[in-house]
Write a protein that binds this ligand. Structure first.
Ligand SMILES: [Zn+2]
Ligand SMILES: [Zn+2]
Length: 165
């Protein structure tokens, strides 16, 4: 009932396979750690946090990585920057277009007159009667020059451009 002894070459093959598996495991862990380092560096400038996260994945491997994926900052630094830029632009847009110059309250972009202080927000074209902004020098619908009070302090460059054309 004794098992036949394994030939020497089977032993060699087994050892070789084990070595391959070991190398694969090390490479796999290394790539996990490298990926994590790259990812956390794109999300945080905090060096201490970067080190902690690297150690977490190095020590706990896949469970550590899963934990990191759950807890990592939601946005990359680039995304956060773009997000902030977008919000700033949006705020600026709202400030410029939808605030009454008279009472500084929010108004709808469609309003002709401020409902709070009766400041004139938009005028009507003298020819086609469509709503036009007060700082427009000409009606964009029919081409009628606008003789509103804002036309006087309209930017001079608009006139210059017309002369040049
Ligand atoms: Zn107002
Ligand atoms: Zn018009």
């Amino acid at each position: 009932m004794q098992l036949p002894e394994l030939p020497a070459y089977v032993n060699t093959i087994l050892r070789f396979v084990l070595m391959l598996l070991g190398a694969y495991g090390v490479l796999f862990l290394l790539s996990l750690v490298l990926w994590t380092i790259r990812d956390i560096r794109s999300r945080s400038r905090d060096v201490l946090l970067q080190i902690l996260v690297t150690l977490l994945v190095l020590i706990f491997n896949i469970p550590g990585l899963l934990l990191y994926l759950v807890l990592r900052p939601r946005e990359t630094l680039t995304e956060a920057y773009e997000h902030a830029l977008g919000q700033e632009a949006m705020l600026k847009d709202i400030e410029e277009r939808y605030i009454c110059p008279g009472c500084k309250r929010n108004v709808d972009s469609e309003y002709m007159v401020c409902p709070h202080c009766a400041t004139e927000l938009r005028g009507r074209c003298t020819r086609c009667e469509r709503p036009v902004n007060l700082n427009w020098v000409v009606c964009p619908y029919c081409g009628q020059p606008q003789a509103s009070k804002a036309a006087a302090d309209a930017p001079a460059e608009v006139v210059e451009q017309e002369e040049g054309a």
